[in-house]
Design a binder for this molecule. Structure first.
Ligand code: XUL
Ligand code: CO
Length: 445
């Protein structure tokens, strides 16, 4: 693996490979807390955190919003869309190696132009995939997951796999099939379904039961095709409650997991949890991660954060260490991310227009998760919080409580045991535990 990949043109000339300089460094282009080779609980930080770069935000999102035009210029843009895509791929791998990210993720049309016809779409995609493969081989960077954009093109305005018109499903199938073909070519570890338009606006024109059945059928077909062509990775559903649909079918982790189980997909599918989607659903990041862990369904993570003052999907880079401590606590207890990773589904603000801002934003996100990892591991090693939580349930560890847990009591027997009810208050000690979390976070390390 080359240290830093530079293709035909160096696009990020002003930035060298980003390295760890420690918490007192005043270099904005250095890691303060993320030290890739540092060992935490037997694994390197790099192995724990499995950072991934999102192609769409980093190399496509140009600052356009509903109120304003593009603000961000990309130096790889060429009048020929295929040449742009080739340049963009080289720029992307230069970025991955300079920022030391071991993984990346993309939608089909982030990487390759859609073209004017279905045939052109497939041809373009395979050509760019061949280039991506050679860049992967040259750098050692791997594909965390790819996906198909089934929400931007007007043909998907009524949904993709849940569209009321059958012929739209066939076009969506072509995209998913091609993305799976490309995934196998690239040795991808996962394939994601985020259902931006798999939802509805009004029940007056929508048969939700039928649409959900179609969606379940479509996912099963993707699974069967993927397995047939040798895709060994995980399929992910990425929950989100709304935006752009009013009601999105995969509302949150609990809804997506119920859907996965209802349609018999549980052997192949798990969830890709995004912080800002969880908060949009009225949960916390940690809540949705925990729901997944409880169901053995934590697949991967879209690492970002929302803005607490509004309800939108603002896709900001993670800077909130409280969030990452809680998240890493849950991930560590899950035995790590396994095949998944921490994918920065995050964009710099539209007025962060310097090319180096892309590096600075990722450095912040990586440092924030590195802090989360170290602090969560210190809490686990210390064991105080775990001990408290275990103790809280100790009445189920023996005697009738244990018999209840083992399913050995019926309701009548349980009711008869009410004579043992201890009429006393037992404090949940929330403030004490939160104070303890602050101690772990801010004591000198
Ligand atoms: C949209 C979102 C997507 C998915 C992939 O909110 O998170 O970028 O991650 O389609
Ligand atoms: Co996402």
């Amino acid at each position: 693996m080359k240290d830093v990949f530079v293709g035909n043109t160096e696009y990020f000339k002003s930035v060298e490979k980003v390295v760890y300089e420690g918490p007192t460094s005043d270099n904005p282009l250095a890691f303060k807390f993320y030290d890739p080779d540092k060992i935490v609980a037997g694994k390197t930080m790099k192995e724990h955190l499995r950072f991934s770069i999102a192609y769409w935000h980093s190399f496509c999102a140009d600052g356009k919003d509903p109120f304003g035009n593009a603000t961000i210029d990309f130096p790889w843009t060429d009048p020929d869309p295929m040449q742009s895509a080739r340049n963009k791929a080289e720029a992307a791998f230069e970025f991955f190696t300079k920022i030391q990210a071991p993984f990346y993720a993309f939608h089909d049309i982030d990487a390759s132009p859609e073209g004017d016809s279905a045939d052109q779409y497939v041809k373009n995609y395979h050509e760019i995939a061949d280039l991506l493969k050679s860049l992967q081989d040259a750098t050692g960077v791997k594909l965390l997951w790819n996906t198909s954009n089934l929400f931007s093109n007007p043909r998907y305005m009524n949904g993709a796999a849940s569209n009321p018109e059958f012929s739209v499903l066939t076009r969506a199938a072509l995209q998913v099939k091609t993305s799976l073909d490309v995934n196998v070519k690239l040795g991808g570890l996962g394939y994601t379904f985020w259902g931006g338009r798999e939802g509805y606006m009004s029940l007056w024109n929508t048969d939700t039961k039928r649409e959900l059945d179609h969606l379940g059928m479509f996912f099963a077909m993707a699974r069967d095709y993927g397995r047939k062509i040798g895709f060994k990775g995980n399929f992910y559903i990425e929950p989100k409650p709304m935006e752009p649909s009013k009601h999105q079918y995969d509302y949150d982790a609990a809804t997506a997991i119920a859907f996965i189980k209802e349609y018999g997909l549980e052997k192949d599918f798990s969830c890709n949890i995004e912080n800002n989607h969880a908060t949009l659903a009225g949960h916390s990041f940690a809540h949705d991660l925990q729901v997944c862990v409880n169901n053995n369904m934590l697949g991967s993570v879209d690492a970002n954060q929302g803005d607490p003052q509004n309800g939108w999907d603002t896709d900001e880079f993670p800077t909130n260490v409280y969030d990452t401590v809680e998240a890493m606590m849950i991930i560590l207890k899950n035995g790590g991310l396994h095949n998944g990773g921490l994918n920065f589904d995050a964009k710099r603000r539209r007025n962060s227009t310097d090319l180096e801002d892309l590096f600075i934003a990722h450095i912040g996100g990586m440092d924030t998760f590195a802090l989360g990892l170290e602090i969560a591991q210190a809490m686990i090693d210390d064991g105080k919080i775990d001990h408290f939580r275990r103790q809280r349930y100790s009445s189920f560890d023996s005697g009738d409580g244990a018999r209840f847990e083992a399913g050995k009591l019926d309701l009548k027997t349980l009711a008869a045991l009410s004579s043992t009810f201890k009429d006393e208050k037992i404090s949940g000690k929330q403030e004490m535990l939160m104070n303890l979390v602050n101690q772990y976070m801010f004591r000198s390390r």
